[in-house]
Design a protein around this ligand. Structure first.
Ligand code: SF4
Length: 301
């Protein structure tokens, strides 16, 4: 596995609780990286020698502003290109957004702000407009992430015919519970491939505050606080991994067949079937299908 990008889920917490979120971001969620965690992860990232990009995301990374800023500074000092993904809640006004963003000038090469009807009342939110204007003035490259809303009659999102700039909902995580019922379903046997992640040769993976390295959210390749990232990458065998093996052999439908899982007759998309199958398998593979935060909101004890 030759990774070029590592995405740090700086926190599972978010000020919002969007229906389409596939990591169950929530104000009530627990799990946030410390600076010590971040330094260790970035050092392991450096040791890998193939990584070019480090992304900070969540949850909402700007909730832990000082930790985010220092993490970005360390990543830039180590020579990485740096990106941040945010919902832009902090951009209440252009002048204020300038203050929030100014410390990142010269350190961040990609700021992605989510703006759609899940996050805000308008498709292009005032926050996104303010963040865009401030980023433009400061010379920080910025893009908007827009997730199209599903509806009962339009299957464009599942057929890949959305207007340019819009992305479909993927029905995993909270989206599986909250939104899957809103679109037409297809027979489960149709979902014979994972269409959204390269499970054989991933270019990027996510690491969460507990050290889990996710090839897709909720499918762990191991814990980098227990085994270094370069060992996890070197020893990853996609075909023999208990979850990616079946997914590569025949998609989520094969996951169901391989483990003889109970199932409905129809699902919204491949991720919906995959997510429901994994929920059923969690007790059997607790080290792989974790942490709980990827499968529900886990309040701090
Ligand atoms: S099918 Fe499963 S592994 Fe593939 S992108 Fe969807 S949830 Fe992830």
């Amino acid at each position: 596995m030759k990774l070029s990008g590592l995405h740090l889920l700086l926190t599972y917490q978010c000020n919002l609780e969007c229906d389409h979120c596939f990591v169950w971001g929530s104000p009530w969620q627990s799990g946030t990286m410390t600076l010590k965690n971040i330094r260790e992860i970035l050092q392991q990232a450096k040791d890998l020698r193939t990584l070019e990009w480090i992304y900070f995301e969540g949850g909402e990374p700007f909730l832990y502003y000082a930790t985010l800023l220092r993490g970005v500074q360390v990543a830039a000092r180590l020579g990485f290109q740096v990106g941040i993904v945010s919902n832009g809640y902090w951009a209440t006004d252009i002048q204020d957004a300038l203050e929030w963003l100014r410390p990142f000038v010269g350190l961040v090469q990609d700021l992605s702000v989510s703006s759609d009807s899940y996050h805000w009342s308008a498709k292009l939110s005032e926050q996104a407009k303010n963040a865009c204007a401030a980023a433009g003035k400061l010379g920080i490259p910025m893009g908007i992430i827009n997730i199209e809303e599903p509806n009962e009659t339009d299957t464009a999102s599942t057929l890949g015919q959305l207007p340019t700039g819009e992305s479909p909902v993927m029905y995993r995580g909270r989206a599986a519970e909250k939104l899957a019922s809103k679109i037409p379903h297809c027979p489960w046997t149709k979902f014979s491939a994972c269409t959204h992640e390269d499970l054989r040769e991933p270019g990027r993976v996510h690491v969460d505050p507990f050290g889990n390295v996710h090839i897709c959210q909720g499918i762990s390749l191991g814990n980098l606080f227990q085994r270094p990232l370069n060992t996890l990458c070197r020893t990853y065998d996609p075909g023999s991994h208990p979850i990616t093996g079946p997914l590569l052999a025949g998609g989520p439908a094969e996951l169901v067949r391989r483990y003889k899982l109970p199932h409905e007759e129809r699902y919204a998309d491949a991720c919906h079937l995959c997510y429901e199958a994994r929920q059923t398998l969690r007790k059997r593979f607790p080290e792989i299908l974790n942490p709980d935060q990827m499968y529900e909101v886990r309040e701090a004890p």
